[in-house]
Design a protein around this ligand. Structure first.
Ligand code: ATP
Ligand code: MG
Length: 357
């Protein structure tokens, strides 16, 4: 059956790397006999220039009618001085909301061929392979009240509210367990249960969901310890699941462990689809148009899409293996090369991965 994919290239290198994902998907379609139909939509700065809004209604419609959404990146210095509601990033926040995306998935995998760019010693990072699952809809980011006020003694004061519904905890923790079933069958649930009531409910919920998945081992870890363990011994993690704020921080920490912003994909999940796939890096305006951006994060996002939205496991593996092979053959973009090493450009990297598929 035809798979409908909404493509939102966005700004900066978003456009360059998105081209890579499309090329690779076309190669997958040819080799395995699938039909992918791409419909383009505008988002971010480009959409502000063309339509006066960072997320035109048309784009929302295109996404909602698709089976999956591929997003490049948004933003750039050109739009930084615009008023708040006209910022490219608003487009991103809005599309996440429109699609009801409740969980963000960030796989962090070690690649031997880029290990030298990791901040960790080889023996610490070698073989690490984890998936960070972050809750996206609740917690401190959306709790009401969130406001300034005046305390009794006249001093300025402020309140942010951490609010979660049980069902919000259940669905993201259940997703983590389902994903762990397909991986190494271990879930690390991260909280601050020694201090926070919300964390105690999180922990209880994790215990309840664990009963539905007897094959998966559940472990609880306090967030301060988790921050430390990610650096001391990242190999102990398989699936790590946590609430919104902790997840924001830990997923950024996890993403630098392998040393390569340009290599890491992500997926955001909703209850009824479509899911959204994007590289973890931004629009990198400093390297736009220079043919030096690493397209691999975006290409691996397309691989995640094949596996997660379409259940095309062998096709996803073909993309991931092609990336591995090309890297192992010594082809590197400048962000993952060592000083003095020969590098190739964005277009050449895309071409090599495509040819390997
Ligand atoms: P955002 O606010 O969207 O996160 P940012 O400016 O914080 O954007 P990025 O756009 O991700 O972060 O860029 C951070 C740095 O990493 C930049 O110097 C950029 O050149 C580099 N970088 C990001 N993505 C890539 C990539 N795919 N290939 C090579 N270098 C990259
Ligand atoms: Mg950033």
């Amino acid at each position: 059956m035809k798979k409908r994919i909404a493509v939102l290239p966005g700004d900066g290198i978003g456009k360059e790397v998105t081209k890579g994902a499309i090329n690779v998907l076309q190669a997958v379609g040819e080799r395995f006999g699938h039909q992918f139909e791409f419909t383009y939509g505008s988002i971010g700065g480009g959409a502000i220039d063309a339509h006066g809004t960072p997320l035109p209604e048309e784009t929302i419609e295109v996404c909602k009618k698709s089976d999956a959404v591929l997003l490049g990146a948004v933003g750039g210095p050109k739009w930084e001085t615009l008023p708040g509601h006209l910022r490219p990033e608003k487009g991103l926040l809005r599309i996440r909301k429109e699609l009801n995306l409740y969980a963000n998935l960030r796989p962090v995998s070690y690649y031997s061929s880029t290990a030298a760019t990791s901040p960790l010693r080889q023996e610490v990072i070698e073989g690490a392979d984890m998936l960070v699952v972050r809750e996206l809809t609740g917690g401190l980011y959306f709790g009401k009240p969130s406001e300034r006020s005046t305390a009794e003694n006249g001093e300025d004061s402020v309140v942010d509210t951490l609010f979660y519904k049980k069902s919000e905890m259940e669905r993201v923790i259940r997703l983590a367990f389902q994903l762990a079933e397909k991986r190494d069958k271990k879930v690390t649930s991260v909280d601050k249960a020694n201090v926070l009531e919300s964390s105690r409910m999180w922990r209880e919920t994790a215990e309840e969901i664990a009963k539905e998945h007897p094959a998966v081992k559940l472990e609880h870890m306090l967030v301060d310890n988790a921050a430390m363990q990610l650096i001391r011994n990242p190999k102990q993690f398989d699936v790590l699941v946590t609430e919104n704020l902790f997840g924001d921080i830990l997923s950024d920490e996890a993403s630098v462990l392998t040393g390569s912003l340009g290599m890491l994909p992500s997926a955001s999940i909703s209850e009824n689809g479509p899911y959204l796939y994007e590289p973890i890096h931004g629009s990198a305006p400093d390297i736009e148009g220079k043919n030096i951006a690493n397209p691999i994060a975006m290409i691996l996002s397309a691989a995640m899409m094949l596996r997660t939205s379409f259940n095309l496991d062998k096709e996803a593996a073909a993309v991931e293996n092609a990336v591995k092979q090309v890297l192992e053959s010594g082809s590197k973009t400048s962000d993952i090369a060592l000083p003095g090493q020969k590098t190739i450009g964005t277009a050449e990297m895309i071409e090599e991965i495509k040819a390997t598929i």
